[in-house]
Design a protein around this ligand. Structure first.
Ligand code: PBG
Length: 324
């Protein structure tokens, strides 16, 4: 039924009609707010490439979480900047580590807020790689034990969900086994399954001081050119026990989110990463784009592609915009 019978504009004439037929809606219950914990007290240090985001000492981090919870954001994901780094990233699996301390403090003050912990070594290793390094190579299997210990110590500190982001082969299975054998069968794993070796992580590495000291992450993170391989990575993580899978970054990888949506029946998360944040923040600071509209549009598109959950540094902005 072509024109003049069919007139798609008929359904766009006013906001009531548009809202009536809208296919995708954002709501705050899908959001995860990423936060950086650092040592000290009363520390609130802005990350220069991520304006509005800070490294927080635990006392102030709890207050930031309180604000997020007050905006109906259901979850935060924590990254740690440790006092000191070493070859084997021992700060990652130390019961007194920065993320463990932060987790305990947040869960004590705000038991209803879900704490997700990023399971990785790169913020804690002196070389900045996500696994153990031997003779200049990032070793897979020796890293699994440390990652599993990291997840366990985070759960023992009160983490509600653990999120392995290292991209070692077999790490989801190793984490699941470690948690189960200590009785934590009910703690879900959010696996960074299709995590690409992306230039969009630049600002994060400034924030977490986790730039690799030699080489790059291409031997473990995925090649941006590959889509079928992402589906294989996701399938493996599901087999190993992932409860939620993640695609990262988000906006440049909507095809991957969408393919995963049709291929798998598990919940899908997408991470609008630091570089995606920085591009929007910088352009809107210059008045080149409309900040609020572009935040809502980018997140709507990520959800439209198939994400159930979105990790975003704009979480508070989105929650405020949606509440208006
Ligand atoms: C740790 C980790 C990274 C990010 C999340 N977890 C950095 C990296 O892989 O280099 C990036 C998040 C962001 O850019 O916002 N492996």
């Amino acid at each position: 039924m072509p024109f003049p019978i069919e007139r798609p504009r008929r359904m766009r004439g006013n906001e009531k009609l548009r809202s009536f037929i809208r296919e995708t809606r954002l709501d705050a219950s899908k959001l995860v707010y990423p936060l950086f914990a650092c040592p000290g007290t009363k520390v609130k240090q802005e990350i220069s490439s991520m304006p509005g985001n800070h490294r927080w000492s635990v006392d102030l981090l709890v207050e930031e979480c309180r604000e997020a919870a007050g905006l109906d954001i259901p979850a935060v994901i924590l990254f740690g900047i440790p006092e000191k780094k070493d070859e084997v990233g021992s700060g990652a699996y130390d019961a007194q580590g920065i993320v463990q301390q932060a987790t305990r403090a947040i869960k004590k003050a705000l038991p209803e807020l879900m704490v997700i912990t990023d399971v990785c070594l790169c913020e804690y290793t002196s070389h900045g790689h996500c696994g153990v390094v031997k003779e200049g190579r990032v070793e897979n299997d020796p890293s699994l034990d440390l990652l599993a210990r990291t997840a366990l110590s985070q759960v023992e500190a009160g983490a509600d969900i653990v999120a392995p982001s290292d991209m070692m082969d077999g790490r989801v299975g190793a984490v699941r086994h470690e948690l189960d054998s200590h009785g934590h069968t009910q703690v879900p794993i959010l696996a960074y399954s299709a995590k690409y070796a992306s230039a969009f992580y630049g600002p994060f590495r400034e924030a977490a001081d986790s730039t690799p000291q030699f080489g790059d992450r291409k031997s473990y993170q995925m090649d941006p050119a590959n889509a079928r391989e992402a589906l294989r990575e996701i399938a493996l993580d599901i087999e190993e026990g992932a409860d939620i899978i993640m695609v990262k970054p988000a906006l440049p990888y909507l095809d991957i989110i969408n393919a995963a949506r049709f291929e798998f029946n598990v919940p899908i998360a997408a991470y609008q990463v630091s570089g995606e944040f920085a591009l929007i923040a910088a352009a809107s600071e210059r008045g080149w784009v409309d900040r609020d509209r572009i935040i809502l549009e980018s997140l709507t598109c990520i959800v439209r592609a198939g994400a159930d959950i979105v990790l975003t540094y704009f979480a508070k902005d989105v929650a405020r915009l949606l509440a208006r």
